[in-house]
Design a protein around this ligand. Structure first.
Ligand SMILES: *Cc1c(COP(=O)(O)O)cnc(C)c1O
Length: 393
């Protein structure tokens, strides 16, 4: 006999499946790379966020080993108790120095994940007397952080600076924060950060920028969306993730030193959680050195070329390629079934791309989320283009 409460849950699971919304995980058996072993098969993958190909970089792997030898496996406690290791401190200093051109007097704070960093910054910087102005396509972690803060939330339409200006003008709140992704994770386009900052200056608001997909990738030096958009201000609170282009794990907030000090004092997701293994921070020292150095520049240049090749080669009839110049190159298919069927055909041909459905994207805009990496070769991109053109013909 199934317990009634389990039967109710099973009914909901069946409903998801009936609507084409069931998700499944595939199990990989090799490092994150273009050629990856999945369920016993070698696939050519275009679905990771390892934009610079650092997740399996020999120097980064070696640094992780060295970090484990030096610091052990785990940190043993939260940062404010005894878990804050020398490697964490070194990483924060390096990140602060790196972001200095965009945020003067910046300090940086390292978090276990970007999800946690967003919960931390929103719950600590916003309260009941705060108005949050959130972009429509913001990442789930920003939405959840806004909920946790108990601030009042206004959503402005995607990219609509005029609507945001109206909302800001009517706000009576003493504390205002404009919250946006820089590179939209399911669309690949870039927020108009310079225009957003101008509005924030006019209305004395903070600008919280989630640069999960820009850090390491955008800007000549890889500092991300702020560098790319030439945005420089102490009212910017910057969140960069370190599990995507940086190839390891975690995230950081870079902001004016007073903001960081407030987070250390008040951000519950930071305070009440065990510090990430110091070995990860140690590995990130190497990964940051690569991002900031000539190898990072070479990798970004190669990636830019792959993006151009991909866009120039596609000949889609019924599908739509989004106008993106970042490594996120979504192809809009439409219904859930059509999206799954397109991804399935590619998979059968040995090509692994992400299939994204609601609620991650609006209903009717199911898409293949194709991501390119500096680890891909031009030949590999050509293979993907040929397969897509074949399917869409
Ligand atoms: C991935 C992502 C996050 C979360 O970062 P994690 O380190 O993976 O938890 C936050 N914001 C955006 C826009 C992301 O794409």
């Amino acid at each position: 006999m199934t317990l009634p409460l389990i039967a109710r849950l099973d009914t909901k699971l069946d409903q998801l499946a009936a609507r084409g919304l069931q998700r499944r995980r595939r199990t990989t058996e090799s490092p994150c790379a273009p050629q990856v072993q999945v369920d016993g098969r070698t696939m050519l993958a275009f679905c990771s966020n390892d934009y610079l190909g650092l997740a399996a970089h020999p120097q980064v792997i070696e640094a992780l080993r060295e970090g484990a030898s030096r610091y052990g496996a785990g940190s043993g406690a939260s940062h404010l108790i005894s878990g804050h290791a020398h490697a964490h401190a070194q990483l924060e200093d390096l990140l602060a120095a790196f972001m200095q051109p965009d945020i003067a007097a910046a300090r940086a704070l390292y978090f276990c994940t970007g999800y946690m960093a967003n919960l931390a910054v929103l719950s600590a910087m916003a309260d009941r007397d705060t108005d949050l102005f959130c972009e429509q396509f913001n990442h789930a972690s920003l939405i959840d952080g806004a909920r946790l803060s108990r601030a009042s939330v206004q959503i402005y339409p995607h990219g609509d600076v005029d609507q945001l200006a109206l909302q800001l003008a009517t706000s009576k709140a003493s504390n205002k924060i404009v919250v946006t992704d820089s590179v939209f994770s399911m669309d690949g386009d870039v927020a108009p950060l310079a225009a957003l900052l101008a509005l924030c200056e006019q209305h004395d608001a903070w600008l919280l920028v989630d640069d999960a997909h820009g850090f390491g990738v955008l800007g000549e030096h890889g500092r991300g969306a702020l560098e790319h958009c030439a945005v420089r201000s102490q009212r910017v609170i910057y969140m960069g993730t370190l599990g995507k282009a940086a190839g390891v794990a975690g995230a950081f907030i870079a902001a004016h030193e007073s903001v960081i000090e407030w987070l250390v004092q008040r951000a519950r997701p930071y305070i009440y959680s065990t510090a990430a293994p110091p070995a990860l921070a140690h590995a990130l020292l190497t990964s940051l050195a690569i991002i900031a150095g000539p190898e990072g520049q070479r990798r970004r240049a190669h990636l830019t070329r792959l993006i151009a090749d991909f866009r120039a080669g596609l000949r889609l009839q019924q599908w739509q390629l989004m106008p993106s110049h970042t490594p996120i190159q979504p192809v809009i298919i439409g219904t859930n079934d059509a999206t799954m069927s397109a991804a399935g055909s590619l998979y059968a041909a040995g090509l692994w791309v992400g299939a994204i459905r609601p609620p991650t994207v609006p209903v009717g805009t199911g898409r293949l989320r194709i991501t390119l990496s500096a680890a891909h070769t031009q030949d590999e991109v050509t293979q993907l283009v040929a397969a897509l053109n074949g399917l869409a013909a």
